[in-house]
Design a protein. Structure first.
Length: 278
């Protein structure tokens, strides 16, 4: 029996004129898309989290870090300059406190601190983000907590990304293997076990892809770095392989019914996500 097509409408609003555009989408035929659509029945009119969706920029890292440490009740590290090593330590502190702080009134500064770390990294070295695809992110932060579940999302990754399509966002607390390597994290197995993650948790954050993207071959230096941990990593997450697709792609959630220039409306036309109509 053929599964009937599930459709919905993506509504975009122009931030200057307040005019709207409606684009019809069809849900992808995979279990992750089904989970996402079920969550969207509840989240479709929920306002996205401004920081996690890049609708608002975090304050300077030093300001947010001070507030984070005060809220967490931990001592600030001493540093003269913000380097990648300093950011790695801050990220370790974020991960150590994330579970507790995400459940109390400190969650806003927790999420701002996380965004401030990554924004600082991107400003320090633009070449660091050749791996990031241009995207319009819709993320719900703690509002999506009810729908979070352990699930091997990498097994459903698409071979490539197509502009206009909707994909699941990697929202793990941790770093994929290449990010771990690129950020000059140490070749220490205890640290690897703590920080290095596959996409093993379903969280219904998503993005509209704004460019076609074929995953690039991962550099040999990374492969050499990753090799001692590869068998452990694959066994831990129940995977058969780890390659450029796992690092740079995502799970397809939906495709526009017609070849409309959704990416141009967002990237050049001043339109942003408003809500989803079922």
């Amino acid at each position: 029996m053929t599964k009937s097509k599930v459709a919905f409408t993506l509504v975009l609003t122009n931030k200057h004129t307040r005019s709207t555009k409606k684009i019809k989408y069809s849900l992808a035929n995979n279990i992750v898309a089904d989970k996402w659509f079920k969550a969207m029945k509840h989240l479709r009119k929920v306002e996205p989290h401004a920081l996690d969706s890049n609708l608002k920029q975090p304050r300077p890292i030093g300001v947010v870090y001070k507030e984070f440490c005060e809220a967490a009740g931990i001592k600030e590290i001493e540093y003269k300059q913000v380097t990648q090593d300093v950011l790695n330590i801050m990220h370790d502190q974020f991960i150590a406190q994330a579970d507790i702080m995400s459940r109390n009134q400190s969650k806003d500064v927790l999420y701002e601190f996380h965004q401030a770390i990554h924004k600082t990294e991107s400003k320090m070295d633009d070449t660091a983000h050749w791996k990031w695809t241009k995207m319009h992110i819709i993320a719900y932060s703690y509002k999506a907590g009810l729908f979070e579940e352990e699930f091997p999302c990498n097994k459903f990754y698409s071979d490539e990304l197509e502009r206009g399509n909707i994909y699941l966002l990697f929202s793990q607390s941790g770093k994929k293997p290449y990010n771990y390597f690129f950020d000059s994290e140490p070749a220490d197995f205890d640290k690897v076990k703590q920080i290095m993650k596959a996409h093993h948790t379903f969280i219904p954050n998503w993005f509209v892809c704004l460019e076609d993207r074929v995953p690039r071959t991962l550099p040999l230096e990374f492969e050499k770095f990753f090799e001692p941990y590869r068998s452990w990593f694959l066994k831990k997450y129940g995977l058969q392989k780890w390659d450029a697709v796992d690092e740079q792609s995502g799970v397809l959630l939906a495709k526009p019914d017609k070849a409309k220039n959704v990416h141009q409306l967002i990237a050049q036309g001043g339109y942003t996500y408003s809500h989803i109509e079922l």
